[in-house]
Design a protein around this ligand. Structure first.
Ligand code: ADP
Length: 575
């Protein structure tokens, strides 16, 4: 089955989010901007002093030492201010980035499990790694430097105007040029980069398909066609790359011109003004230096434009994860009682292909029900629905007396306190043993945890030991015990065990069997049985065949009925 990519946020969503991002910490932002403005203003004093110095030298009354000392002092002050300004903006950037990451994790954790499975992990992993990195560069460097460049450019233009409106005019010659060229560039670059990314994905897709289906390609003589597809993809990518390259070959030369032009214009026009007695030598000198100072921030702005575009594209992918509609709709209703019932349940992994065809099943609180049947009959699927992992396509899986509440209307953390699915997966998270356990019930005390560990017969390391990758390695049996201890802590009244019998590693089987028994004690259990003796020991047995419950009753009843179960049992007993 091909993966179904997760959605991407719209441009409007990204804009709105970016706007909120910038003003999320207004006080920090104001502080950062003020520091940078102060540093910029300090740096802008030097051209004024130099301008005055030039005039004084001409008039033969220069005090070079004093001016030199003053300039040195301002440079030092500027250096110190700049240091704090960058420190503050880096801190703000990291803060925002950390929040972005946390929000992304929240969004991912809120994703319906079935949707993650359909998307394939590749998509999520790419978003969590590459897109977060790209966005990190934008937030860490591109955003603060852009803000700083805007502040510095604004202050410089202000200083220029203060020097004298007449001498300032020539420097502004580039404003319309730069404005026009960026207006031309940005929308084209946006589409161009999106096409470029897409063309890379296409090449990768085509190659993977060819490699994965190599046997088929060979068997059916499809090599020519695969070649043609590869050539077409590469040609497409080449066109896309050429397009953005062409955009840059227009942008950069014009922009460079836009940087140099003000300096030249200020010098020439300023010279004419000076000759005609309309500006002082100090004014012309200062204005020319300011025009020169503008080059830096303008260059910064332009060079980060691309990066910001890329960051925007990544942000769209990160935010897009939040556009997946939730698969559960908590409505505040609380279930009364522990009765779990499935009514006319149908379920399809793919539209139009039901794998469950109207299943009815009433669990009796406290009973042990074994589910048996051929592989592919729908046992695991039914187990997932009974545990509320997925919602049925039609029909209901309700919990509680008097009709109850649909499992998919319970918030996840509440649902886990009622029903849990136990599979072979038993992940040990990196962290202390305590952290590994307390996640099952936030707020559990050490005493609670110790009690639970004792219940499963824990003989591993202590609560504060760091386990998981990089920490102390737990044996497979200990990892299983840990998973069971988490269950006891979460304390659901109903458990669905899928493949649970193979949970038991033969070497540690005895102890684990005891741990499992402690966990199951007093709970309603649905066991998907792969060994019939589990079924024999159960209170009732449900036979699942082709998406339906075909037989339901005690072991003895089903043997007496002489149906599928009886046949299975006889064949298992070899007679
Ligand atoms: P059992 O547990 O009885 O072996 P399952 O519930 O795993 O049966 O599978 C029931 C049917 O649903 C099978 O036809 C299987 O191919 C299909 N199926 C199971 N999981 C998926 C999935 N993730 N995507 C598509 N089809 C699935």
């Amino acid at each position: 089955m091909s993966a179904e990519a997760l959605p991407v946020a719209t441009t409007a969503q990204v804009r709105a989010y970016a706007r909120r991002l910038v003003v999320r910490h207004p006080r920090d932002l104001a502080g950062v901007l003020a520091l940078h403005a102060l540093a910029a203003v300090t740096g802008l004093v030097t051209p004024r002093l130099l301008g005055a110095l030039v005039e004084d030298v001409r008039d033969g009354r220069a005090d070079v030492d004093t001016t030199g000392l003053a300039i040195a002092a301002f440079v030092i002050v500027q250096g110190v201010l700049t240091r704090y300004a960058y420190f503050a903006s880096a801190r703000l950037g990291e803060k925002v980035l950390a929040e972005l990451r946390e929000e992304f994790v929240d969004r991912v954790l809120a994703l319906p499990l079935s949707r993650v499975e359909r998307a394939g992990t590749g998509d999520l992993v790419t978003r969590a790694s590459r897109d977060v990195d790209t966005l990190g560069t934008s937030v860490r460097y591109a955003m603060p430097e852009t803000l700083v460049a805007i502040v510095v450019a604004g202050c410089t233009i202000g200083a220029l105007l203060l020097t004298g409106p007449l001498v300032a005019l020539p420097a502004l010659i580039s404003v319309p040029i730069l404005w026009a060229v960026t207006r031309w560039y940005l929308p084209r670059a946006h589409g161009g980069y999106l096409r470029e990314n897409e063309s890379w994905s296409q090449i990768a897709d085509g190659l993977t398909e060819t490699v994965q289906g190599a046997r088929t390609v060979e068997a059916l003589g499809l090599a020519e066609r695969r070649h043609a597809r590869g050539d077409a993809d590469i040609a497409n990518s080449y066109r896309a790359e050429r397009y953005t390259l062409r955009l840059r070959t227009v942008l950069f030369p014009i922009a460079e011109l836009g940087f140099v032009l003000p300096v030249v214009a200020t010098l020439v026009v300023g010279g004419l003004l000076y000759i005609n007695g309309m500006a002082s030598l100090a004014q012309v000198t200062a204005a020319t230096l300011y025009a020169q100072l503008l080059v830096g921030p303008m260059d910064t702005l332009l060079s980060w434009l691309d990066e910001l575009q890329l960051g925007g594209a990544s942000l769209a992918r990160l935010l897009g994860v939040g556009n997946v509609p939730p698969d559960r709709t908590p409505n505040g209703r609380r279930p009364e009682g522990e009765r779990l019932a499935a009514r006319d349940v149908r379920y399809a992994y793919r539209p139009g292909r039901d794998v469950l065809h109207g299943v009815d099943l009433d669990l009796r609180p406290g009973e042990r029900l074994a589910m048996v049947g051929p592989s592919g009959a729908g046992k695991s699927t039914l187990g997932r629905l009974l545990a509320g992992v997925d919602g049925p396509r039609s029909g209901t899986v309700n919990l509680g007396d008097d009709g109850g509440v649909p499992l998919v209307e319970l918030p996840l953390d509440e649902l886990r306190g009622h029903v849990a699915l136990v599979t072979q997966e038993h992940h040990v998270f990196r962290g202390t043993l305590r952290e590994n356990l307390v996640m099952a019930r936030p707020g559990a005390s050490d005493a609670d945890i110790e009690r639970v560990l004792a219940a499963v017969g824990w003989d591993g390391p202590g609560l504060s030991t760091v386990v998981g990758s990089g920490g102390e390695t737990l044996s497979p049996a200990q990892a299983q015990q840990l998973a069971l201890a988490r269950l006891v802590l979460a304390d659901p009244h109903t458990l669905v065990l899928d493949e649970a019998t193979s949970l038991l590693d033969p070497r540690a089987a005895r102890r684990l069997e005891r741990s499992l028994a402690a966990v199951l004690d007093g709970r309603t259990v649905v066991a998907i049985a792969h060994r019939l003796h589990t079924a024999h020991d159960a209170d009732r047995v449900a036979v699942v065949e082709d998406g339906r419950v075909t037989e339901l009753g005690t072991h003895d009843e089903l043997i007496a009925a002489n149906g599928s179960y009886a046949a299975l049992w006889r064949s298992w007993h070899g007679g």
